[in-house]
Design a protein around this ligand. Sequence first.
Ligand SMILES: [Fe+2]
Ligand SMILES: [Fe+2]
Length: 208
Amino acid sequence: MQFVDELIADVDKALRVINGVVFESRPNPGRGLPDGVMSEAEKRHAAGLMRVNNVGEVCAQALYDAQGRFAQTPEIKKAFAHAGIEEEDHLAWTAERLRELGSHTSLLNPLWYGGAYVLGSIAARLGDARNLGFVSETERQVEHHLLGHLDKLPAQDNRSRAIVDQMRIDEIEHGQAARDLGAAEMPAPVKGLMKAMAKVMTTVAYRI
Ligand SMILES: [Fe+2]
Ligand SMILES: [Fe+2]
């Protein structure tokens, strides 16, 4: 019976995320900031980058949901649930910014969510230390990626920049929390594979 309840909860979550029904627990840090004047090309570029970040957060929801679901101890499950709430803020903020830029979230969100859920389930089955190691490495790569976006976003796009900056601060904390809970170091080939998968996602999500 518990399995059925969990299944329903996970499907509900997936549908909510894919359809953009998300809630913020903290206000959008970009909201209300003066919007700099951007050309149409700059707006399109900013939207492409923010769509990539939105997809990253769709994946984070799926990963954390699966990793928490199949984690082995209640303490670790709780940690995933907590981080998942902050990730939902990121999801809501990036979606709001995309709307402001006159753009849309990725049309492939069901695919991103499904793929990430499978990946998270595999990581969790490898035991808590590796499960946390996967978080630590993911967050390290995301932090690096967000730093790159602060370079690439138009200088006058104050709202997107404020969102990306707060996301970066949060991702650093999530990575540290995973290491504090006993994350194992990922083998180099796994790190390389994660980077390659992220490259595919960022390239596609910028456009679609
Ligand atoms: Fe995030
Ligand atoms: Fe995170």
